[in-house]
Design a protein around this ligand. Structure first.
Ligand code: SAM
Length: 303
């Protein structure tokens, strides 16, 4: 058993300091947002997009710049404040992934960089998927990109030793030592990160955890929530090695061996009619995608 990891929304230096988050996980080419846009275009998604667990807002703002109508939700007020200031355009709202009600519908929900895996328990996963389905118009898409729990079956590459990194924070050099381990009973990937700084401040220990979901288990959660799985694989995505590149052909594979599921193992889900009672998924016909004659996203294919 573990010492009880903190939930995803708990204190985290990189969440409290979104500028450090972006420095630690740079995405100057906005690959994540461009990958998401590629998926949305490929599946003919309408213009209204919800970015669930939007963090600093950089993906939401990029999609807004492409002509989409974007709402970003996050539980961290620090992230939302930063997003409103540094990545304006989308509407940013405070909401919990595990159960949210924005009183509107959208054409697509994005959940990037493992944000879905902050739903640790089965009921929390159910709550997230039910919330997504409630907000999606008929035929809408759920695009999720996340770690792949199956990667840890027989592969301890990420668990074998602590990883040390340094980060420049103005005049201060911050060092993090990160240790990962698996809580098998809880199906959680647990993280302990200890921050030290050369300004004499005391060490800061922080914990977090992500649900470990296996591909078939995920498909089951999705089917029960009323989604049809259109794609699920570990093809190139914004956080795979090598990463997805603009102009890459649509992924064809169905493998799920990599440490990221997507295209990083994404799921593009088609919910039934909004408000319709849950029925066995096989009983459901996939509705037509909504069309908006005023929507014409700008193509972005430059490197
Ligand atoms: C790894 S970051 C990903 C941010 C962004 N999607 C990206 O790809 O850069 C995860 C985000 O999920 C948010 N988060 C964690 N638990 C949450 C919850 N229960 N409800 C809403 N947001 C949550 C965190 O505050 C953080 O901003």
């Amino acid at each position: 058993m573990t010492g009880g990891p903190a939930p995803g929304g708990d204190s985290n230096l990189l969440t409290d300091r979104p500028d450090l988050y972006e420095a630690r996980f740079p995405d100057p080419e906005r690959l994540a947002a461009r990958w998401a846009e590629d998926v949305l275009l490929r599946h003919g998604a309408g213009p209204r997009v919800l970015d669930a667990g939007c963090g600093t807002g950089r993906d939401a703002a990029h999609l807004h710049g492409l002509g989409r109508r974007v709402t970003g939700i996050d539980v961290a007020t620090s992230m939302l404040a930063y997003a409103r200031t540094h990545h304006p355009g989308p509407e940013y709202l405070r909401a919990d992934l595990r159960d949210f009600d924005l009183g509107r519908t959208v054409d697509a929900v994005l959940c990037l960089d493992s944000a879905l895996l902050y739903c640790h328990g089965n009921d929390e996963l159910d709550g997230f998927l039910a919330s997504c389905r409630r907000h999606l118009s008929p035929g809408g898409l759920l695009v999720a990109e996340m770690r792949n729990g199956a990667f840890f079956l027989g592969d301890s590459e990420l668990l074998d030793r602590p990883v040390t990194r340094t980060l420049s924070d103005g005049g201060v050099v911050r060092t993090s030592v990160t240790t990962l381990w698996v809580d098998r009973a809880a199906q959680l990937l647990c993280r302990r990160r200890v921050w030290t700084a050369d300004d004499g401040s005391p060490p800061l220990e922080q914990r977090s955890a992500w649900r470990l979901l296996f591909p078939r288990e995920l498909c089951h959660f999705l089917a029960v929530a009323g989604f049809e799985v259109l794609e699920l694989h570990d093809g190139p995505g914004p956080r795979t090695e090598p990463p997805w590149r603009p102009g890459a052909p649509a992924p064809e594979g169905t493998t799920a061996d990599g440490d990221r599921l997507q295209p990083p193992p994404p799921y593009h889900l088609a919910p039934p009619t909004n408000g319709e009672p849950l029925l066995p998924p096989r009983a459901r016909a996939r509705p037509e995608l909504p069309t908006d004659p005023n929507f014409s996203p700008k193509e972005e294919r430059s490197a």
